[in-house]
Design a protein around this ligand. Structure first.
Ligand code: URA
Ligand code: CA
Length: 445
């Protein structure tokens, strides 16, 4: 086999066999295939796409490049969840303890912030002492003892994905649906769970801005899951505006705790209950996802989900007192109010702009090794559909005492211009706009 011929084959629109895909991924991971050939191959995929079978084989080859995490010793249906990433997406922090409270074991390997989006690990690490680097043995122990663990994906899982992603990032080949689907699903399949609920975002703050392409990504990911023998559903949810009110690490931990107390923002609670409902359904706890939603609500109402969050914090070395005294979380010294200079209704609230503003404040990284400031972020006081008067607060920005005036002014401008107005109440689209069920059936709201 010659890599050159495989590049020509894909460039000409043909499908590659399982053996050919394995050859490419193994050779690239081992270093025998150079970056320039893999980059040319990725670009050929970008233009020609991949069939469902090819995408599944690509995913399997990426999984096979590293170790996998076996969960056989943990009793019960293991249901995992994955979001394609958004702004202020505090879901995992709420959902992991919620689902564990419902009696389903939760083993969640999460990531750090990417681009304008936040990462679950960065958020959890804003809790003093919280440790996300767990060995496979520590992970197993935590799940056995408390029913849940949220940890970083170690370097020995899917090494081919890390190398390929870094290459795609600098060769304009990130936004290819089969490459994204294989990259995400490889990380999921490397952990041996039974079922999977995917939250695929659409809108300004999402990877896939348009609804059609988000649905296509969902379709591709769900097909890989089914092809690999996992019970998989995908929910397509809106990321036109940030989720909830808080964007920023410690601020989102606070928001998660409030949501677990039943005092969270309605959109965040709705998404958590909907995804949790699907997880309860796939975990055989209820007859249908709608019933699952009601079932999940119970664990917020009776305080057991919040107790699971305390257990999670404690088991991973964090200060559990934080859960009952949110003032123990890192706080920014300075708050800047952003006020509306006109009246009307909020018709749009650009999630990408808000996410980028939060990164500029220091809540995420611009370079891979940048430190993250746990305390900074944004609290939205107005969201889409809300009425607003001139002089009212649109958002409160938590800034570090070290922030330069130029940065604060730029962030102020970015946030202010993210808000668009209408004269009359603007209709707000439903948060969940479609889903793909476990048989691959498609539904649009
Ligand atoms: N997230 C991933 O993990 N991989 C991609 O390719 C894109 C987004
Ligand atoms: Ca949020």
């Amino acid at each position: 086999m010659r890599v050159y011929d495989l590049i020509i084959k894909k460039r000409s629109g043909w499908s590659l066999s399982k053996a050919e895909i394995n050859y490419l991924v193994e050779g690239y991971a081992a270093g025998s295939i150079p970056d320039y050939q893999m980059a040319a191959f990725a670009m050929a995929v970008y233009f020609q796409g991949m069939t469902e079978e090819e995408t599944l084989e690509l995913t399997r080859a990426i999984v096979a490049s590293g170790i996998t995490i076996n969960l056989d010793h943990i009793p019960g249906v293991k249901v995992d969840k994955h979001s394609t990433g958004g702004v202020g997406d505090t879901t995992t922090l709420v959902l992991a303890p919620l689902v564990a409270a419902a009696g389903l074991p939760v083993i969640k390997l999460s990531g750090r912030g990417l681009g304008h989006t936040g990462g679950t690990l960065d958020k959890l690490e804003s809790i003093p002492g919280f440790k996300t680097a767990l060995t496979a043995a520590e992970l197993a122990e935590a799940v056995k003892k408390t029913g849940l663990a949220v940890a970083a994906q170690g370097p020995d899982l899917v090494p081919a994905d890390k190398k390929l992603y870094a290459l795609r990032d600098v060769t304009a080949t990130v936004d290819s649906i089969p490459l994204i689907a294989a990259s995400i699903m490889a990380k999921k399949l490397a952990v041996d769970c039974d079922a999977l609920v995917l939250d695929v975002k659409t809108g300004t703050g999402a990877f896939m801005k348009g609804y059609e392409e988000a649905f296509e990504l969902a379709r591709s990911m769900a097909a890989i899951g089914r092809g690999a023998g996992r019970d998989t559903v995908a929910v397509i949810s809106r990321m036109d505006q940030p989720l909830g009110k808080a964007i920023g690490n410690a601020l989102e931990v606070k928001e998660a705790v409030l949501t677990l107390r039943g005092e969270g923002p309605p959109d965040l609670e709705e998404l958590c209950l909907a995804l949790g409902g699907w997880m309860a359904y796939l975990g055989n706890k209820v007859k249908d996802p709608g019933q699952g939603r009601e079932f999940m609500k119970e664990f917020i109402d009776n305080g057991t989900a919040l107790e699971k969050f305390r257990k999670l914090v404690e088991s991973q070395g964090g200060d559990r007192r934080v859960v009952d005294d949110l003032s123990l979380l890192p706080g920014a010294g300075q708050q800047v109010e952003i006020k509306s200079d006109r009246e009307g209704y909020i018709s749009a609230l650009n999630a990408l702009q808000i996410g980028s503003a939060a990164i500029n404040l220091g809540s995420g990284r611009k370079e891979i090794d940048d430190p993250v400031d746990p305390a900074v972020g944004i609290i939205l006081h107005k969201k889409m559909g809300d009425p607003v008067r001139a002089g009212e607060t649109l958002a409160l920005v938590h800034v570090s005492p070290e922030s330069r005036k130029g940065t604060i002014d730029a962030v102020h401008k970015m946030i202010k211009s993210a808000f668009k107005y209408s004269e009359d109440p603007a209709p707000v689209s439903p948060l969940i706009c479609g889903w793909i069920d476990r048989e691959g059936g498609e539904y649009h709201v």
